[in-house]
Ligand binder design. Structure first.
Ligand code: HEC
Length: 334
């Protein structure tokens, strides 16, 4: 091997080594996002939702006032898409939003069909789930809203511990099915109501809620329902559910009927609505605790109280009644 060949090979080796060195630098071209401020709810939620679950190896910088994300952490696809989304937008939270819209469902791994959902959360089982029918101007239809008695019961047990707030346990699901009258038929009897969308909320292990929807074909969908205010998931959902100042009929006035021409109403028998002491005590619709609008826990308490008085408690409800009664003696007094 002559001298010029040796020189050539050493130069090539040096170039290769320097390339490798550059690649193994911990963070080449990091993506830097400002840490969300407490009032930037949507941004905070979105960072948690996709990025924190996508980043396999968070580094110490993740905890600094900015969030530094490397290609190494995100993987080539997420890194490319996030860089692209941020470059095309005017503000980091807008760019992040575009990115989240694309990845939210995939990363959260929601069940693909409603029958899968129903297997995991048997919400039609009236022994274990409450059912509330609402005429809603949010979805512009009749909503059948299901809540697990076990979750409501758990929130009621911890009410005092949680500073007089109803906070639902991790894994709690609220399932809402929206029906609209079949426009081809003239009357609006229940049998002619058509399922158009399901809206679901599930409490995550980090204390936030996931929001997702199923289409008319009962498939997981990102497509917002037409002539409804529910919008895109999770972005639009957050604007109402995560805004503590939003009050909305019919629950804003519940258990009182709202006067006026608003279509919104809760279909609850009068004897249940009459449990005024219960509704005043928990003031669910006023407190809007834990991002939930409806008065489902109060309805459960009012229901078991009514059924106990009539001697008609089911086995499950008897259990709930007997555990709650000593905790809330005033509420259960006649
Ligand atoms: C414009 C405000 C608004 C938006 C946007 C919104 N919701 Fe709601 N949501 C409500 C209100 C108000 C209720 C109470 C029932 C009613 O009046 O329809 C409710 C009820 C629910 C419930 C039953 C539990 C509860 O809080 O009472 C679920 C589940 C739900 N919404 C899911 C969603 C999902 C998923 C989205 C996004 C696709 C969404 N919501 C968007 C206002 C909103």
């Amino acid at each position: 091997m002559n001298f010029s060949r040796i020189a050539f090979f050493s130069a090539a080796l040096l170039t290769l080594l320097s390339l490798l060195a550059a690649q193994s630098k911990p963070f080449p071209n990091p993506i830097v996002l400002p840490k969300p401020k407490p009032n930037q709810l949507g941004y905070r939620y979105n960072l948690k939702t996709v990025l924190e679950s996508a980043v396999q190896k968070p580094d110490r910088d993740t905890l600094s006032p900015v969030l530094t994300l490397s290609e190494l952490q995100l993987g080539p696809n997420l890194y490319r898409d996030l860089t692209f989304a941020l470059a095309k937008s005017t503000a980091p939270d807008k760019g992040l939003q575009v990115f989240i819209d694309r990845y939210y469902y995939e990363y959260r791994g929601f069940l693909k069909t409603m029958s899968d959902l129903e297997q995991k959360y048997p919400f039609r089982d009236a022994n274990l789930w409450t059912h509330t029918e609402v005429q809603s101007d949010i979805t512009n239809g009749t909503r059948h809203i299901y809540a697990s008695k076990l979750s409501l019961f758990a929130a009621l047990l911890d009410y005092k511990k949680n500073g007089d707030k109803l906070i639902y346990p991790v894994g709690t699901a609220f399932v809402s099915e929206t029906f609209r009258s079949d426009s081809l038929k003239s009357s609006e009897t229940k049998s002619e109501m058509k399922f158009v969308q399901a809206e679901v909320m599930i409490k995550r292990s980090d204390g936030e809620w996931d929001f997702f929807m199923y289409s008319e074909q009962r498939q997981l969908t990102l497509q917002p329902l037409k002539s409804a205010r529910t919008g895109t998931s999770p972005r639009t959902c957050l604007t109402c559910h995560y805004n503590p100042d939003v009050r909305h009929e019919p629950f804003a006035s519940f258990p009182n009927e709202r006067a006026g021409k608003n279509i919104a109403s809760v279909a609850v028998p009068d004897d249940l609505r009459g449990g005024e002491r219960v509704f005043k005590f928990f003031a669910e619709s006023q407190a809007r605790a834990d991002h939930i609008f409806g008065s489902y826990a109060s309805l459960l308490v009012a229901g078991v109280k009514r059924d106990a008085a009539a001697g008609k408690l089911s086995l499950h409800d008897k259990f709930i009644y007997e555990k709650l009664k000593p905790l809330y003696p005033d509420l259960f007094a006649r």
